[in-house]
Write a protein that binds this ligand. Structure first.
Ligand SMILES: [Zn+2]
Length: 401
C-alpha cells in the first residue's frame, strides 16, 4: 500500500470480471465495508481467490464509518448489513447522532467486531472458494489465500483537532491498536486545511487520507495547492500517505510524496461522505488519456474522426480502434490500463516537470480543438475537457514553491 506508488481500484460488485481480467494492472483492491458485509460470501470468495493468484493483489476493507455520522432515512440493505457486522444495529438511525453517543463501551464493541471481521476474513468464506477459483482460469490453492493487507480502523469525518468527532476517531484507533498494533489510521476531513491540521497532530508513519468531495476537475488551483502542500508536508515529516479516493491529480502528487491512491473503475475522481439516494453502475464514458479525464463516448469519437492523435490508445482493449468500438466492459478496462500507464509515466515526476508537460498539452488542445469543426452541441464539452490541465499545473507550481 505504501510502495513506490500503489495503484488500488475500488471494488464494486459489478466489477468482478474487470478486476479479474486486469490482474497485474493494479496493485490492490479497496473493498467497501458495505459491499463486504452485504455480499459477504460472494465478495469474500472473489477477493480471496484473487489474493491466491500469482498476481496476488493486496486488498483492504474500508469501514465506510462516516455513513453512520448522518441520518439514514432510507437505509440500504448494505448499510444495515454493515451495522450488523459492526455489532451495533442502532448505528442506523433517522437522526444524525452526536459524537457523545459514541461512548468508550460502544466504540469498543464496534472496533472489536471490525478487527474480528478483518482477521477472520481469510477463513470465513472458504465455502465459495471453489466457485470463484473455477472462474479464474488459473489454478489457485486455498493455502495461498491472504488476509487483508492491513486493517483500516473505523474513522469519522472530522473538521479539526478540537472536533468531538476527532475524539471518536482517536478513541477507535486506540482501541483497535490494543487489539492489533499494525492497524492503519484513516484521517477523513472536509477540506485540505483540516487534513493538514490533523496530520500535524499524529505521528503515524503510514496513514490513509481522504478529503471528502475533493473534486480534482473542478476545484480552483489554490485549493488543490493547499492539498498538495499538505501531502508534501506530511512526506517531509516522514508520514507516508495513501489516498482513499483520487484520480489523476493524485498521480501527480506522487512527485510530492503521496504513496498511492485508489480510484473507482469507470467513475469518479472523488467521493463525498454524504450519502446520496441514487447510485448504480457508472455511465459508459471514455477515459481520454491526453487530458486525463472521462468524456462522453460521442465526444471521444468525434475527436477521433477529426484528429486521431488526440484520442488514440494502444492498450489491449483499444488496439487503435475508435472509442465507439469499445463495449461497456472494455471502456472500464481501458480506463484502468490507462491509469496504470499514467502512474508509470507521471507518479515520479518532479512537480515542475509535470506542470510543464500539462501546460504544453493544454496549449496543444487549445490550438487544435476550436478548429476541428465539431458539431455545435459538442463544442462546450470539448472546450471543458482540457481546461483543468492549467489549474493542475498552477497548483503543482504553487505547491512546489
Ligand atoms: Zn485503451
Amino acid at each position: 500500500m505504501f510502495d513506490a506508488y500503489s495503484h488500488y481500484v475500488a471494488y464494486g460488485a459489478t466489477d468482478q470480471q474487470t478486476a479479474r481480467d486486469l490482474l497485474g494492472s493494479y496493485d490492490g483492491l479497496l473493498v467497501p465495508g458495505t459491499v463486504a458485509a452485504f455480499q459477504r460470501e460472494g465478495t469474500g470468495g472473489f477477493v480471496l481467490t484473487l489474493s491466491a493468484t500469482a498476481a496476488a493483489p493486496e486488498y483492504v476493507i474500508d469501514s465506510r464509518f462516516p455513513l453512520f455520522q448522518q441520518a439514514l432515512l432510507a437505509p440500504k440493505k448494505s448499510h444495515e448489513a454493515l451495522a450488523l457486522l459492526l455489532d451495533d444495529p442502532s448505528l442506523i438511525s433517522g437522526y444524525a447522532p452526536s459524537p457523545a453517543a459514541f461512548t468508550h463501551e460502544r466504540t469498543q464493541r464496534i472496533v472489536s467486531a471490525w478487527v474480528d471481521f478483518n482477521r477472520g476474513y481469510r477463513t470465513d468464506v472458504r465455502r465459495k472458494f471453489n466457485k470463484y477459483a473455477e472462474r479464474l482460469g488459473e489454478p489457485v490453492e486455498p493455502a495461498d489465500i491472504r488476509g487483508p493487507h492491513r486493517i483500516l480502523v473505523p474513522y469519522t469525518i472530522s473538521t479539526g483537532p478540537a472536533d468531538d468527532w476527532w475524539r471518536v476517531s482517536a478513541q477507535m484507533l486506540d482501541q483497535a491498536r490494543q487489539l492489533d498494533p499494525s492497524c492503519l489510521r484513516v484521517i477523513a476531513t472536509e477540506t485540505p486545511t483540516q487534513l493538514n491540521a490533523l496530520l500535524e497532530q499524529v505521528d503515524d508513519e503510514h496513514l490513509v487520507i481522504w478529503v471528502s468531495g475533493l473534486e480534482e476537475l473542478v476545484l480552483p488551483a489554490d485549493q488543490l495547492a493547499t492539498y498538495a502542500r499538505t501531502v508534501r508536508a506530511a512526506a517531509e515529516r516522514g508520514q507516508q500517505t495513501f489516498a482513499l479516493y483520487g484520480g489523476f491529480f493524485h498521480v501527480l502528487l506522487g512527485g510530492l510524496g503521496l504513496r498511492g491512491a485508489s480510484h473507482g473503475i469507470g467513475y469518479g475522481e472523488y467521493r463525498s461522505w454524504i450519502e446520496l439516494p441514487t447510485s448504480g453502475p457508472p455511465p459508459a464514458r471514455y477515459y481520454l488519456r491526453r487530458v486525463h479525464r472521462y468524456v462522453s463516448q460521442e465526444l471521444a469519437y468525434q475527436l477521433y474522426m477529426r484528429d486521431r492523435t488526440l484520442v488514440e490508445c494502444n492498450c489491449d482493449e483499444c488496439n487503435g480502434q475508435p472509442p465507439i468500438a469499445l463495449d461497456y466492459h472494455e471502456l472500464m478496462k481501458h480506463s484502468v490500463r490507462a491509469r496504470a500507464e499514467e502512474i508509470e509515466a507521471w507518479s515520479r515526476l518532479d512537480p515542475i516537470t509535470a506542470a510543464e508537460l500539462l501546460e504544453t498539452e493544454h496549449t496543444a488542445w487549445e490550438r487544435v480543438v476550436p478548429n476541428l469543426g465539431l458539431p455545435p452541441f459538442l463544442r462546450p464539452q470539448a472546450e471543458r475537457s482540457y481546461e483543468h490541465l492549467l489549474r493542475w499545473a498552477h497548483a503543482l507550481r504553487l505547491a512546489a514553491s
